[in-house]
Each structure stands twice: as C-alpha cells, then as structure tokens.
Write a protein that binds this ligand. Structure first.
Ligand code: FAD
Length: 504
C-alpha cells in the first residue's frame, strides 16, 4: 500500500535540507538525516511493521515546547508545500502513515519529558511519555496516585488523549481527555499556548483537542487531574472455553449498562490463531470495588472459565497496564486495528460473533494469521461525565454533547474492534479488504436491527474513515470554527499528515 523508499534516494539529501540545517544550526542540531543514529532511532520502534517500513527524509527531535516552535517555524520557511510533515509520539497508531511522513519530515516528540505532580491534584506530563512512565511515577508518590490513561502501558500520552482515550476508569471519569485540565500546544505560527477549560480565551481550543486529532497543533505537555490510586484496584485476565460465550457477553452488557457496575471495566476478546483448533475467550476486567467479586460476578461465575488462570488479584494500575500490553501482538507485527460502534445489546453481540466466523474462515489460509475480535462498552455514566465536562461552545452555552458529539442518551454503546495480524506484506491488501468487508457487514446488520450508531472511535480507526465527521455536523462546524481561529491557514489540516482531518 505504501511505497518503500530506495536506500540510495535516502542517502542523498533533498534540496531543502541545507537551508533547513543552516537555519536550525544556531539552535543546536534538532534535525537529523539518514545515516545518523538519531534518525535511525526515530524511524524504528513503531507498533506496526507497516509503519516501520515508511521512510521519512528527515526527523526533528525537539526537547522542549520552545524547540518545537523553532522547528515548526523553520519547516514553514524552508519546506516546499509538497513535502509532508508528520508528528510522532510513542508510535502506537495502527496504520502506516499516522505518525511518519513518507519522504517528508517527522517531528519526533518523544524528547518532551517530565512528570511533575502539581498542587491541586494535577500532574503535568510531557507529551513524549508513555502511560507506564506516568503510572509508575504517580504510584511512587505518597499517597499513591494515578490517572485515567491508556490501558496498555506503551501507548503514548498525547496520541491517546487526542483520540479521546478509553481507560480502566472511564465509567467513572469519562474519556481520558476529559481529565485534561490544560493542554500546552504549539500552534502553526509557533506560539506556545496553554488551553484550559477555565480560561474563556482558550476554552474552545481545550475542548476541540479532546478528540480533535492532529488539526490544531503539536501538543507538548498536558496537565491532567489525578486521583488517589484506588485502595483496591483488582483486575484479571480471565480465560474461557468457547461455551462461555453467551454468559460472558451478557456479563459485558451488564457491566456496560448497570449503573451499580460503574466501578468496573471489561474488554471481551476472542482470538483465533492459525492452526489452533479451539477458540479462546479472554476478558480483561478490573474493578475498584473492594467487595468480594467487585461487581465482576457475571464474568467470574461464567461456566467454561479456565480454572486457576486469571484469579481476581489486587494490583497496581501499572502492573495491569504492563500485563495487558504484553498480551498485544508484539511490536513490529503486520497488523490493523479498526472498529465500529453500535448500541450495546447482547443478542447483537452474539450475532456479530457468528458473523466473525465467516470472516475467520475466509482468512484461514493467510500465513501467520492471528485474528482477534474485541468488544467493550461505553456506559451511559461515561458519556454523562464526558458531556458534563464539555466547555461552552457557540451555539451551546450549556453543551448537550461531548467533544466527540456523544451524549448520555446515546448510551450504552458498544465498540467492536478487530485486531488482525499476519506475516507477509503480500497479504496486506487482502487482509485490509476482508476486515473492511466484515465491519461493513456487521454495521449493516446493526442497522437492520435498529442498533446502528455513526460514532467512530478515533483511537481504533483507519485512515480513510471520516472520523471527525462521525461526531456530527454540529460538532464538525464547531471544530472548523475553532481551527479557523487558531490555525487560520489550515496548516495542520493541509500540511501535517496523520490523524483525522476536519477538512475532508
Ligand atoms: C497495544 C495497544 C493498546 C492500546 N490501548 C488503548 C487503550 O487502552 N485506550 C485507547 O483509547 N486507545 C488505545 N490504543 C490506541 C492508541 O491510543 C492510539 O493508537 C494512539 O493514537 C496512540 O498514540 P501514540 O502516541 O502511541 O501513537 P503515534 O502513532 O505516535 O501517534 C498517534 C497519532 O497522534 C498524533 N500525535 C502523537 N503525538 C502528538 C503530539 N504530541 N501532538 C500532536 N499530535 C500527536 C500522531 O501524529 C498520530 O496521528 C492502543 C493501541 C495499541 C497498539
């Protein structure tokens, strides 16, 4: 799908390289070309093989907001319009060009560091961190703290939050981005802005960034509300044989729809590995309820649970984030993640699993295949918190929807995610086409049952999808207005690739 650049091409510096280097020379070396260790380091360690294979012409490696501003201004001065720019975080987006500019300049934000606990229950996090760094630092505090960040530890802070972000604590605290008090962001003109809900001057930008992807600026740090690490954070990776399917799906629907279970979170997954005759169901569940089963009874008592594996244990948030990360396909796999949403309904979840078998059959011949179907719920409680956190935005003095166009009346919703992994590049097109077809068919079936929902969750979306448009026309209009205020030339819409754009 993406052309691989030839090595000879990469060693020859493009015509814009020299003026850019000279411009930046006075500010220390912030830009690197092929042949340097810094370039090689920035180009690798993406989550997918497809992303690793895209090759930038140069990478910029700033270490502060000021350096990001310097780089951005220099890129605007010297790069021809045809040369793309991308922003890289921890590299966990699951498609190739999300965070890397083919034959262009990739701004690697991983050098933006620092985790500082501020007064008032807020932590300032440099945009270049992964969530595990944050949990580890907050748990070392006395008393231990945590935040509503990514469920897998290696996911990047800014990329996760710009897509909203679903955490183990989402039922109580909304999307991860709802906990952001202040975004520090470098605008297209190089200005460094602090955008916060409480500041009427910048509240629109604060709101827009909560799911607004790469349309507004380069995030250099966030200040996020943290909370005491739950005294009892209990979690488990539960494993089941196939007959547990109906009971575990019902438990997921209960978890997503019963207000008394808002202390729990669960991810339901079924995996098919090439050559393995049986199907394994895996539920990653957590609760902050100290009582016996912590509201996870439906999962713990489901028949077909593999005994001894995955007892409910009291753990640190960091521990579970590490464990869940280890269950994901290993870094550098050929993989796609993509999702659709519909109303949470146990009959329909079972229908979707039935349809999944048709898909699995059609990909059985693909070398190294590992297919996982995932369900998770967006409970009404989560959508309520998210809506109530929204900042007033014209024409809504009291917003009825959250920053991604969702309201409590939409809930509870289900997100159905497919995670497909295979061995050979020759199978890329086939796997993408088959996965897309499966999602299309399930969406149609949801529509026929009156359960469809247009929302596309940005963190599990695919480049051709109209993610921001799925937030609805009202929200799109608000985001476009905010962009025209803070980036009047549309630099981030037209010159910066990756993410999901408001101009499509
Ligand atoms: C194993 C795994 C587990 C995951 N778990 C979760 C989960 O629990 N909950 C959830 O919501 N999502 C989850 N995701 C999805 C993940 O949150 C998104 O893919 C997210 O975009 C990754 O951010 P990143 O910085 O790691 O990736 P990158 O690929 O580096 O960046 C992702 C996007 O964000 C942009 N971006 C990154 N940093 C900045 C910045 N500083 N300023 C502006 N733009 C920036 C990039 O340009 C790119 O478009 C998971 C993904 C994987 C692979």
């Amino acid at each position: 799908m993406f052309k691989r650049a030839k090595p000879a091409q990469l060693l020859r510096k493009p015509s814009w390289a020299q003026p850019l280097l000279e411009d930046l020379a006075t500010n220390g070396t912030l830009i690197y070309f092929p042949g340097s260790a810094e370039f090689a380091d920035s180009e690798t360690n993406y989550y997918t093989a497809q992303a690793n294979e895209v090759q930038s012409a140069a990478v910029a490696r700033p270490h502060s907001a000021q350096e990001v501003a310097t780089v951005l201004k220099a890129l605007r001065r010297h790069l021809p319009d045809s040369v793309p720019i991308a922003i890289r975080g921890a590299g966990h987006a699951t498609f190739a060009g999300a965070a890397k500019a083919e034959n262009g300049v990739t701004v690697d934000t991983r050098g933006l560091r620092g985790i500082d606990i501020l007064p008032g229950g807020v932590v300032r996090i440099g945009a270049g961190h992964e969530w595990l760094d944050v949990y580890t630092a907050l748990e070392a505090h006395e008393p231990p703290l945590t935040v509503a960040g990514g469920r897998a530890g290696r996911v990047g802070v800014a990329g996760f939050l710009l897509g909203g972000g679903i955490s183990y604590f989402s039922s109580q605290y909304g999307f991860g981005a709802d906990s952001v008090r202040t975004w520090e962001v470098v605008l297209a003109n190089g200005d460094i802005i602090r955008a916060s809900r409480e500041d009427p001057e910048t509240a629109d930008l604060w709101d827009a960034l909560r799911g607004g992807s790469t349309n507004f600026g380069i995030v250099t740090a966030v200040e996020m509300a943290c909370f005491p690490h739950p005294a009892h954070f209990r979690c488990s990776n539960l494993f089941y044989l196939y007959p547990a399917r109906q009971a575990t799906l019902q438990a997921l629907v209960d978890q997503g729809s019963r207000p008394d279970l808002a202390v729990t979170h669960a991810i339901w997954a079924i995996t098919h590995v090439a050559g393995m005759p049986f199907k394994v169901i895996n539920v990653m569940a957590s609760t902050t309820d100290p009582a016996n089963c912590g509201g996870l009874d439906g999962f713990l008592n489901a028949p077909g649970r593999v005994p001894l594996v995955g007892a409910l244990k009291e753990r640190k948030h960091s521990h579970f984030a590490k464990q869940v990360g280890n269950l994901s396909p290993k870094d550098g796999s050929r993989t796609i993640n993509r999702s659709i949403s519909f109303k949470l309904n146990s009959q329909f979840l079972n229908t979707a699993v039935d349809m999944w078998y048709g898909f699995v059959e059609s990909t059985r011949h693909v070398s190294g295949i590992l297919n996982t179907l995932v369900f998770l719920a967006l409970p009404t409680s989560m959508l309520q918190v998210s809506r109530d956190t929204s900042a007033p935005s014209f024409p809504d003095p009291k917003p009825t929807k959250n920053s991604q166009g969702l309201c409590p009346e939409d809930g509870p919703l289900a997100i159905m995610e497919i995670c497909l992994t295979w061995r050979n590049a020759d199978d890329d097109a086939f796997m993408i086409e088959k996965g897309t077809q499966f999602l299309r068919e399930v969406k149609l079936a949801a529509k026929e049952m009156g359960l469809e929902h247009c929302y596309i969750f940005p963190n599990y979306a695919w480049p051709q999808e109209h993610v921001i448009q799925s937030y609805g026309a009202d929200r799109l209009a608000v985001l476009r207005r905010v962009a025209s205020r803070w980036d009047p030339d549309g630099f981030f819409q037209y010159r910066v690739i990756g993410g999901y754009k408001i101009n499509v």
